[in-house]
Ligand binder design. Structure first.
Ligand code: GLU
Length: 334
């Protein structure tokens, strides 16, 4: 199934909508890997509330860079967001349509000597010795300083696989820290992150930074599992000469956990709009339960997005994850 015409996305449409009006924008950027679950829906509601309460536009971007992307899933996700009352301005932007901009950014970094080829497999990276204070999972630098001859030999060794492209983090870079609207001060390590994978796919960190800048996004609201990626993204913003904090505001919001205490997942039960509809639980009830979980409504109180917006105060948001259970939706039924 392809994305319906009216939901598509001309790469420039969103970008155009992001410029020119003089005010900033927030966004929601789902990966179309399947139906959105309650955790995703809650983050989307929060992104909308943060944007609208600060008089920003609210933009939508489908992060469909992975090979397993699924155009049908994107259409379903957008329909669920509309049903919940989370509506965006302009056309959604399809990240896969922005390849030229991503490649141009990598070319700019390469011209500055900040890109190198990497032929390491995941296993080689895991097994390589690394510096004692390197951030967990950091790239150990194996391919960073190869000679031309060594590089050519490495390329030959992995053929027909192609090398990935990595960022050469300049010597002496101070890892960027930032002030998060929810988490407070965040610091994190940076390493020679992947910009383009060996299979040609553009890496998440590069695409997010380039797309947010082109769309005029100056407020990023997303799950707090992504907070550790943010220092890497800020470093890329700086190296590319794009706006970065404090011009860009970040709010990494608490996740929804499943009954076992780990991040909510489809295997936890009926957690999507479709599953819940099959149990007679419609979008209005889902909105009401999510609002109650955010302290914005009484349990069981019906509430619309406009009213939520009136009540929304970022400082009063719960700082803890919310644990969902199948009973939560029924107990809080009006
Ligand atoms: N596409 C990412 C996700 O669905 C979110 C990326 C972002 O908001 O920066 O988890």
């Amino acid at each position: 199934m392809s994305i319906p015409r009216d939901l598509v996305v001309d790469a420039d449409a969103g970008a155009g909508a992001g410029r020119g009006s003089g005010s900033g924008a927030g966004r929601y950027a789902p990966s179309p890997s399947g139906d959105l679950h309650l955790g995703n829906l809650r983050t989307a509601m929060l992104a909308w509330l943060f944007a609208r309460s600060s008089e920003r536009r609210f933009l939508m971007r489908i992060e469909d860079l992975d090979r397993d992307r699924n155009a049908g899933a994107a259409a379903g996700q957008l329909a669920d967001l509309v049903a919940l009352g989370v509506e965006w301005d302009g056309e959604p932007v399809l990240q896969s349509g922005r390849r030229a901009a991503h490649e141009a950014a990598i070319a700019r970094l390469a011209e500055a000597g900040l890109v190198y080829e990497c032929t390491c497999t995941r296993r080689e990276i895991l097994e390589a010795p690394r510096a004692p204070h390197a951030p967990p999972g950091a790239y150990p630098g194996t391919c960073r300083d190869l000679s031309d001859a060594e590089r050519a030999a490495a390329r030959e060794r992995i053929a027909p696989r192609a090398p990935a492209l990595r960022l050469r983090v300049p010597e002496g870079v101070v890892p960027p820290d930032f002030e998060d609207l929810i988490l407070g001060g965040v610091t994190g390590g940076v390493d020679d992150l992947v910009l383009q994978r060996g299979d040609g796919a553009i890496a998440y960190n590069l695409a997010v930074v380039v797309d947010d800048a082109d769309m005029g996004v100056d407020q990023v609201v997303r799950g707090d599992d992504l907070a550790s990626s943010t220092p890497r993204q800020i470093l890329l913003q700086r190296l590319l000469g794009l706006p970065s904090p404090p011009e860009i505001a970040y709010a990494h919001v608490p996740l929804v956990l499943g009954p076992e205490g780990s991040r909510l997942a489809k295997r936890d039960g009926a957690v999507t709009v479709e599953d819940l509809a099959a149990q007679g639980i419609g979008p209005d009830r889902i909105r009401s339960v999510l609002a109650a979980s955010l302290g914005l409504a009484e349990p069981g109180e019906p509430i619309g997005m406009a009213e939520l917006l009136e009540r929304f105060e970022p400082e009063a948001l719960p700082r803890q994850a919310w644990t969902w259970s199948p009973e939560a939706l029924r107990l809080e039924a009006p």
